[in-house]
Design a binder for this molecule. Structure first.
Ligand code: ZN
Ligand code: ZN
Length: 225
């Protein structure tokens, strides 16, 4: 098997929302596992976007220089009215978010209908997390707007990975394996991420692409490289 490379994690939570760790410990633990990149994407709605992004920004500016791992600021727009997703995503980018994740229509939470649709229609959205029973139409829009679809390593959210992988493969949508980590035990290795991709029904070549190549393409996209 080809080398899987280092891990890039784009969807995680800290004490800025419902995660367990202070940013410093969260980042340190990811660094200690050999991660190349960690994105902090705490749950956000209209009330806390500024706060989340200014706190992560403060961390990066001061403590950030002492870590080897690259820390990226982001938000996860969570349970916001779907009609507001585009404007809140645009606002988040203006406030310094490098990554906008949208909390998709996981089957284990009462996420508003059309959340997936509005997320994949927005050019300011980078990742549609745990998109549940995403439709073919939505997957096609994700391809058009280059929104990456998440295969989740998280309990519950991962129930529909097989469905997501099947449609994403059929229409050529980009996928990422992310943890949605809320606590230190949630961090995974590249080997485990690869298994999550295989368990979603992808073949070894597809799984390798999702785990090892897509993160590099994704980071070029979000950092405009
Ligand atoms: Zn959460
Ligand atoms: Zn999340």
């Amino acid at each position: 098997m080809m080398k899987l490379g280092n891990r890039y994690e784009f969807h995680t939570h800290t004490l800025l929302s419902d995660g367990e760790l202070l940013i410093s410990e969260h980042v340190r633990r990811a660094e200690n596992l050999g991660y190349e990149v960690i994105s902090i994407t705490d749950h956000a709605d209209v009330t806390n976007i500024d706060e989340i992004l200014s706190k992560i920004g403060e961390f990066i500016k001061s403590e950030g220089q002492y870590y080897k791992i690259k820390v990226l600021p982001g938000v996860e727009l969570t349970h916001v009215p779907p009609q507001m997703i585009n404007e809140l995503a645009e606002y988040s980018k203006a406030k310094g978010a490098k990554i906008v994740v949208v909390h998709g229509e996981t089957i284990v939470e009462p996420v508003a209908l059309k959340t997936n649709l509005y997320a994949v229609k927005s050019k300011y959205v980078d990742i549609l997390a745990h998109p549940g029973l995403i439709t073919e139409e939505e997957v096609k829009l994700a391809v058009e707007n280059n929104v990456y679809l998440e295969l989740s390593a998280r309990k519950g959210h991962s129930l529909t990975n097989g469905h997501v992988a099947k449609l994403a493969s059929k229409f050529g949508a980009n996928m990422l394996v992310d943890t949605d980590a809320h606590s230190p035990d949630d961090f995974i290795s590249q080997e485990f991420a690869y298994k999550v991709a295989l368990a979603s029904g992808l073949n070894s070549e597809q799984a390798y692409k999702v785990v090892s190549l897509n993160p590099l393409n994704f980071i070029k996209k979000i950092l405009d490289l």
